[in-house]
Design a protein around this ligand. Structure first.
Ligand code: NAD
Ligand code: TYD
Length: 345
């Protein structure tokens, strides 16, 4: 089976490609990625010479690029990981989120429908459901109520995907996963910011009171569930994916510091993110029941493995922390108060 994976040079897309090529001999992968700041072919060094793997650089929002990769490779299945993914960047500039996440998904759906794709998996997020209070968990039928431009764009893409099923009978489905962590995550998301800053003895920035809750899943576990969606997922359905490991951001930062043997004095509370969702939690009983899937990696074990990976990959970190990263970091953290008040004006 030939699978077109979009966004395969990013954090989770590359985990999926490595995971599939390690575990399945019957699958060939074409990785179609624009290589934005978040795309990194070093994430795929392990598979780059595998004859079942090919890379094509292109933009999911460009019909000519998408048309060309379909014409050249004739994929049977599409898994769409490609997206702009960082909430803070979506607050700074919403435009790339509309273009890639919404128009890009529509462009990919349209080409896929015309090409007779047999399954289209839209990779989505629990953030489309909005924020929870202290109790309860998101179910697949929880109404969509996104808060950030990022989650609004992902919710829109989900609706577009499901509309292709309802209108055209196109075999598309949506998976919605909770917060991922693990090796190869770009150091703009919480856990790699904490780990790489602690390695450099820098302050660890915690937004607001640090009591926002996220449900953390090891990325390879997400990949394992997406592979099950490829085999077992039904068209027109939504599937939640989660681990049950709910943590406040303060619990996360303390655990990182404990594993790394660093002092809690590195924690610095900084100005909160506007529209910051308080709590996410996922009810994934549907995939437990239908596919027998269950997360098998504990948070402590996954975090220790992640930290050890960053500690052993200074080369990877140095490759990421270039001038454009340092400028991003300066805007987001060093001049955080100034940047947020400018955005709020
Ligand atoms: P990432 O930012 O690490 O990678 C995104 C990838 O998409 C990059 O390789 C980038 O180059 C590529 N890309 C961006 N725009 C593109 C375009 N127009 N055309 C082609 N490629 C493009 O993201 P990630 O964390 O790996 O997330 C992957 C997917 O999983 C996203 O759809 C995201 O919404 C979803 N998701 C992420 C999380 C999480 O915790 N990171 C949780 C749930 C769902
Ligand atoms: P993030 O990794 O950006 O994921 P998301 O916002 O998509 O859930 O953030 C996870 C949590 O950590 C969220 O509550 C915001 C918070 N956070 C910080 O406290 N400090 C940081 O430097 C970052 C990036 C996030």
């Amino acid at each position: 089976m030939k699978v077109l994976v979009t966004g395969g040079a990013g954090f989770i897309g590359s985990s999926f490609i490595r995971y599939v090529l390690r575990n399945r001999e019957d699958i060939e992968i074409v990785n179609f990625d624009k290589l934005t700041y978040a795309g990194n072919l070093r994430n795929l060094e392990e598979v780059s010479t595998d004859p079942r793997y090919a890379f094509v650089r292109g933009d999911i929002a460009e019909p000519d690029h998408v048309g060309a990769v379909f014409q050249q490779h004739h994929p049977e299945v599409v898994v769409n990981f490609a997206a702009e993914t960082h909430v803070d960047r979506s607050i700074e500039d919403t435009t790339p989120f509309l273009r890639t996440n919404v128009a890009g998904t529509q462009c990919l759906l349209e080409q896929s429908r015309r090409s007779g794709i047999t399954k289209f998996i839209q990779i989505s997020t629990d953030e489309v459901y909005g924020s929870l209070g202290t109790q309860g968990a998101f179910r697949e039928d929880t109404p969509l109520d996104p808060s950030s431009p990022y989650s609004a764009s992902k919710a829109s893409a989900d609706i577009w995907t499901l509309s292709y099923f309802k209108t055209f009978g196109f075999p598309a489905l949506v998976t919605r996963c909770s917060n991922n962590y693990g090796p190869f995550q770009f150091p703009e998301k919480l856990i790699p910011v904490l780990v790489t800053n602690a390695m450099e003895g820098r302050m660890l920035p915690i937004y607001g009171d640090g009591l926002n809750v996220r449900e953390w899943i090891f990325a390879d576990e997400h990949s394992r569930a997406v592979l099950m969606a490829l085999d077992l997922g039904r068209a027109g359905e939504v599937y939640n994916i989660g681990s049950g490991h709910e943590k406040t951001n303060l619990e996360v930062v303390r655990e990182v510091l404990r594993i790394m043997g660093k002092p809690e004095s590195l924690i610095q509370f900084v100005k909160d993110r506007p529209g910051h969702d308080r709590r996410y939690a996922i009810d994934c009983s549907k995939i437990q029941r239908e596919w027998g899937w269950q997360s098998a990696v504990g948070f402590g074990a996954g975090l220790a493995e992640t930290i050890a990976w960053y500690q052993s990959r200074q080369d990877w970190i140095q490759g990421i922390k270039d001038a454009s990263y340092l400028s991003y970091y300066d805007r987001m953290y060093t001049r955080r108060d100034e940047t947020l008040s400018r955005l709020n004006r």
